[in-house]
Ligand binder design. Structure first.
Ligand code: HEC
Length: 269
């Protein structure tokens, strides 16, 4: 049999409901609404001068931004040692190598499968770029490249930047960099001795499955090739607008003029 709530239960419900109302109506500031409490009428208060909120103690701005005197700085704000480079190598191989490749020539697996060619770290411009440039690219993203600030802590971003410098040295070493009694051997000779396939020591070419074309059908710089040169083995995709290639879409760059097959790419939809 169902019971009807008795007077005691009713009173309890009313009391509880009353309680809730009190909590609702307590004095508080609602975001973006004014107040009569402060003379300025603002409920959102500026931070009290000379105080630091929790988690806001970013004392070392260069460490967090890579920017010094309003431009990208060139120092490494963490200690440079083998542990830093090892950490940088590990993080680089996880987060950057899929696009930039393990040697940093921009021809990683994702690019081979059609992503926009990633930056090649072995150009004069990037060899001479300040260290802070690599940090800011990782922090903010760059063109078609997403940012990696969620995946990499600032310290890890610096470690990766340091490792990129090591990669740059590794691909641009000169016999004079070797200690006087060191032994210099040609990579082709080493590859041959080790029984590596022909071309192992040659500059990389992207396979014919790669999409080289931007939406306007121009190439955007292929690692190890002068602009506008189809790499050896480039297939029918070379120089084609991304929209003409098996439905793949370029993820960055200038909006294009309509391409020959009349797709509306780059036009307002
Ligand atoms: C999803 C693919 C992808 C990943 C992963 C990626 N990048 Fe890139 N990166 C690109 C592309 C694409 C460009 C060229 C941007 C463009 O052309 O729009 C680029 C360009 C760059 C450049 C050149 C900037 C310049 O001045 O030309 C640097 C430096 C760079 N990336 C660093 C990194 C680092 C470090 C990581 C790892 C934390 C990383 N990238 C991960 C795709 C990627």
């Amino acid at each position: 049999m169902r019971k009807i709530a008795g007077p005691a239960a009713m009173t309890a419900m009313l009391v509880l409901a009353g309680c809730r109302q009190d909590m609702h109506n307590q004095p508080k500031f609602i975001p973006q609404r004014g107040t009569t409490f402060f003379a300025s009428g603002r409920s959102v208060r500026p931070q009290v001068e000379d105080t630091v909120a929790r988690n806001q103690m970013d004392q070392d701005a260069y460490f967090y931004t890579g920017i010094q005197d309003a431009k990208e700085g060139d120092g490494l704000p963490i200690p440079l040692n083998a542990a830093t480079l090892e950490r940088g190598q590990e993080r680089y191989n996880i987060y950057c190598a899929p696009c930039h490749s393990r040697v940093g020539n921009g021809a990683g697996m994702i690019v081979q499968r059609g992503y926009r060619p990633a930056g090649n770290f072995h150009t004069d411009r990037l060899r001479n770029a300040p260290l802070g440039h690599f940090f800011t690219v990782m922090t903010n993203g760059y063109g078609a490249m997403p940012d990696y600030s969620a995946q990499l802590t600032p310290a890890d971003r610096w470690a990766v930047a340091a490792y990129i410098r090591a990669l740059q040295l590794s691909q641009d070493a000169k016999p004079s960099d070797v200690a006087p009694n060191g032994h210099v051997e040609d990579l082709h000779a080493i590859a041959k001795d080790l029984g590596m396939p022909n071309g192992f020591a040659d500059p990389w070419a992207l396979p014919s499955t790669a999409v080289y074309g931007t939406p306007n059908g121009q190439d955007n710089g292929i690692p190890g090739q002068p602009m506008g040169t189809p790499p050896a083995g480039a297939g029918a995709h070379y120089g084609k607008a991304a929209t003409e290639n098996s439905g793949q879409r370029d993820s960055g760059g200038e909006p294009a003029a309509p391409v020959s097959n009349g797709t509306p790419y780059g036009k307002p939809f």
